[in-house]
Design a protein around this ligand. Structure first.
Ligand code: GTP
Ligand code: MG
Length: 197
């Protein structure tokens, strides 16, 4: 699939304010600063589509975009940002849990993992929650340009070794770089395949 049009629609504090659930929807989530918004811009070939920042905690609401007039793409705020109060964290968790569990047209969540690091507990715990809620997800290892290929594949391997401890089946995964556009075609092909079921 090629993205021919991608437009920002709305930022919502809760899923009931989101556009009507009349098109297949794909959401991007992961730790603060992992590169969610940058990946979205890379896929859409538009650096100005989603707001990115060197400072974690940039994306705060549920941001809907419409792509090719056919599917919704959602940029979500990141988790695990240390400088956030317990109160704000609880609010985030409630907002995300509601969205993920109740959004009826959500067909896949991309969970972004920083490809430079060894497996992090916070990411594994988040996936366990998705499993408990029975939400289909795919893993995306980001910032591949910042590490050697060898290190990235080691991290991928270690991550799935950890997942295998609790998961019977492992999810599909992609390795990406927003700066080098690595993984773009494969990720878009996956979305295309998933939409057409
Ligand atoms: P929050 O909205 O705060 O949760 O962050 P985010 O996950 O949306 O991250 P964002 O896309 O804003 O990127 C965070 C920082 O990482 C920015 O400085 C980006 O330029 C940088 N970055 C993101 N992806 C890549 C990548 O693939 N390669 C490199 N080198 N830098 C990246
Ligand atoms: Mg963001």
């Amino acid at each position: 699939m090629k993205i021919t049009s991608a437009e920002y629609l709305i930022s919502s504090p809760d899923f009931t304010k989101a556009p009507p659930p009349d098109k297949p929807e794909f959401a991007f989530i992961g730790r603060s600063n992992v590169g969610k918004s940058s990946l979205i811009n890379m896929l859409a070939d538009n650096q100005k589509l989603a707001k990115t920042s060197g400072t974690p905690g940039k994306t705060q609401l549920i941001n809907h975009f419409i792509v090719n007039n056919e599917w919704y793409l959602v940029d979500l705020p990141g988790y695990g940002f240390a400088k956030v109060s317990q109160n704000a964290r609880n609010r985030w968790e409630q907002m995300i849990e509601n969205y993920l569990r109740k959004r009826e047209n959500l067909i896949n969540v991309f969970v972004l993992i920083d490809g430079r690091h060894s497996p992090q507990k916070i990411d594994l715990e988040f996936m366990n929650k998705l499993g408990k809620w029975e939400i289909p997800f795919t893993v995306v290892f980001t910032k591949a340009d910042k590490e050697t290929q060898k290190m990235v594949s080691q991290n991928v391997k270690a991550f799935f070794a950890e997942m295998r401890e609790t998961w019977q089946f492992l999810p599909e995964y992609f390795v990406t770089s927003a700066t080098k556009k690595t993984g773009k075609d494969k990720l878009l092909a996956f979305i295309d395949k998933t939409i057409r079921g």
